[in-house]
Design a protein around this ligand. Structure first.
Ligand code: PMV
Length: 316
């Protein structure tokens, strides 16, 4: 199903999984528009430990999750994934999570990919990319309700990717002609992805013609963004990110705190800024260049809980 590069071919360790930040296309991806995402390397690390049962441990939270269809979301997702797999050997899957969770950076999908990879290694299972992609819907449905597949597809890849839900393959790894300098800022508590996707569905049902026009613009924007990135026209790319943020505001998934953070980044010299992921709170992303990177990060440090640098080298 996927093409262009083997699974996590350049991950720093075979058990290191990426998160993702969406440059354009969240929410519209649910209805088939292209989304362009970049991987956040090393978002989740996974270690296998001996145990008498199958369990998931997150030491930094002091938490152990057994698979339980009626338990906490992680226990439910674990149970759903295991139910779709052959019986597993007992093992403890211990995770170390380096990105803020539940704020639009794809952490639930990255954890799902990490768990699946640990189960595969422990049990000697080999699944194709397409099979892994299909299996991970069992995990993601618990968190997203009706996931497009974007988050877990992106977590199976490195670098710049394009996702189109109804295409085959849905995800392509893309070359990056010029380096990208991004600042991510965790601005406020995130909202439930499922609640935000449900909100957008209601907006679409109420204003179908307007939504369809926004969907067509989203597709066009993704095309234009790829052209701008290819040409190294980062000011144009930034303007497209700003447009994307305005459309996300229009469908009601931004918040005053996210808007203020985007404005702050632009005032500090970012080419453009937008919320990332489901919205309602969470993170923003600012596109900058080497000269403006530090001023933009410092400006965001003043209002964010944490800022994360993301420097993507050019790659063929
Ligand atoms: O907030 P996140 O990281 O879960 O991103 C969700 C992306 C959406 O487009 C809003 C939903 C989806 O399934 O594509």
């Amino acid at each position: 199903m996927f093409t262009h590069s083997p699974l996590n071919s350049d991950a720093t360790s075979p058990l290191s999984v990426s998160g993702k930040a969406i440059l354009v296309g969240e929410h519209f991806a649910v209805y088939g528009a292209s989304a362009i995402a970049v991987a956040l390397p090393d978002a989740v690390r996974v270690y296998r430990e001996t145990s008498e049962r199958v369990e998931l441990s997150i030491p930094q939270w002091g938490a152990i999750f057994a698979p339980d269809a009626a338990g906490a979301p992680l226990s439910q997702a674990f149970a759903e994934l295991l139910a779709a797999l052959p019986p597993s050997k007992p093992l403890r899957i211990a995770l170390s999570i380096a990105v803020p969770t539940g704020v639009g950076l794809g952490s639930s999908a990255s954890i799902g990919v990490a768990v699946l990879r640990a189960l595969c290694e422990a049990n000697g299972w080999r699944f194709s990319d397409a099979e892994q992609y299909a299996l991970l819907f069992h995990w993601e449905r618990v968190f997203h309700g009706t996931p497009s597949g974007l988050d877990h597809a992106a977590a199976l890849r490195e670098g710049l990717t394009r996702f189109r839900r109804f295409e085959e393959p849905p995800l392509l790894a893309l070359p990056l002609a010029h380096p990208l300098h991004l600042v991510l800022a965790h601005v406020s508590d995130g909202a439930s992805t499922k609640a935000m996707v449900d909100h957008v569905r209601a907006w679409r049902d109420a204003q179908r013609a307007d939504f369809d026009a926004l969907l067509a613009s989203a597709e066009d924007r993704a095309e234009r963004l790829l052209g701008a990135l290819d040409a190294g026209a980062h000011a144009d790319a930034g303007a497209l990110l700003d447009d994307n943020h305005r459309d996300l505001q229009r469908i009601g998934v931004s918040s005053p705190a996210l808007d203020a953070a985007c404005a702050r980044a632009r005032a500090a010299g970012a080419f453009g800024a937008k919320l990332v992921g489901a919205g309602g709170g969470g993170c923003i992303l600012a596109l900058t260049d080497a000269a403006h990177f530090h001023p933009v990060r410092e400006a965001l440090d003043g209002l964010a809980r944490i800022t994360l640098p993301l420097h993507l080298p050019a790659r063929p």
